[in-house]
Design a protein around this ligand. Structure first.
Ligand SMILES: [Zn+2]
Length: 247
């Protein structure tokens, strides 16, 4: 049977049987996949350090005659992102990004840009680059790519276009925002200053490296975290297990 070789990010690793590993990984072209690495715990020759959590690897895999699980043939480590294992905060944020990716991109849903986003985000966290900004940049863009973009173009109630002036309020139940005639600021509908609306647009649309150039004031970051929490809880219904790591 045909074997495939592709860059992959290791999302989960579980011991099965006496010497096998069950590995879940994310690829650019085929999204999330799972496969068994036979005997990987006894002989590490075919997978030298290539099956560790978060690592970027070049993975060789083949379909099996039955079932959805693939057979992992070999793996070559491309980047271990060592900083993620050396620092608990970075590890927590990376765990959260993996979990969010799993929820937004179930098996069968692929998105090459999502692979790049996850990879660049893990890399930045590992290198300790703007680690307070990475989760925000990651999540706004991931939610946007996963179909949960926040509409900042108009009032969700009266459809009046938002011109980039004046305060609006976030309305989680609409996935957008309202003008002050249609919405009242509250704990569940935080007010959004023009600078915050602009930041949301930037983080949702710009590629990772461009978004990372943003130098957002702390009060903007705080509002963005509140908006994300409300948006995520409303859209994804259940609270993610690891979301406390980024709140
Ligand atoms: Zn309105």
């Amino acid at each position: 049977m045909n074997a495939y070789m592709s860059p992959a990010i290791i999302m989960r690793v579980k011991e099965v049987g006496e010497s096998d590993l069950l590995v879940t990984f994310f690829t650019a072209q085929k999204g999330r996949l799972s496969g068994v690495a036979k005997g990987a715990r006894k002989s590490r020759k075919r997978f030298v350090n290539a099956l560790d959590l978060f690592s970027l690897v070049s993975l060789e895999y083949a379909p099996r005659r039955q079932g959805n699980l693939l057979l992992l043939e070999s793996g070559k480590l491309l980047n271990a992102y060592p900083g993620l294992r050396a620092d608990f905060s970075a590890f927590s944020k990376a765990s959260y990004m993996i979990e969010l990716t799993e929820i937004l991109f179930p098996p069968g849903v692929s998105e090459p840009d999502m692979f790049d986003l996850l990879n660049l985000s893990l890399d930045a966290l590992s290198r300790g680059e703007k680690t307070h900004l990475v989760p925000l940049v990651f999540e706004f863009r991931a939610l946007s790519m996963g179909g949960f973009r926040i509409d900042t173009g108009r009032c969700a109630r009266c459809a009046r276009p938002y011109q980039g002036e004046g305060t609006a309020v976030f309305l989680p139940e609409t996935g957008g925002m309202a003008c002050l005639k249609c919405g009242r600021p509250s704990a569940l509908s935080p007010p959004l200053k023009p600078s915050v609306v602009k930041a949301i647009e930037t983080l949702q649309h710009r590629p990772f490296r461009e978004a990372m150039k943003e130098d957002l004031p702390e009060d903007t970051m705080k509002t963005l975290r509140v908006v994300l929490k409300l948006h995520r809880e409303y859209r994804l219904e259940r609270k993610l297990r690891t979301s406390k790591y980024v709140e």
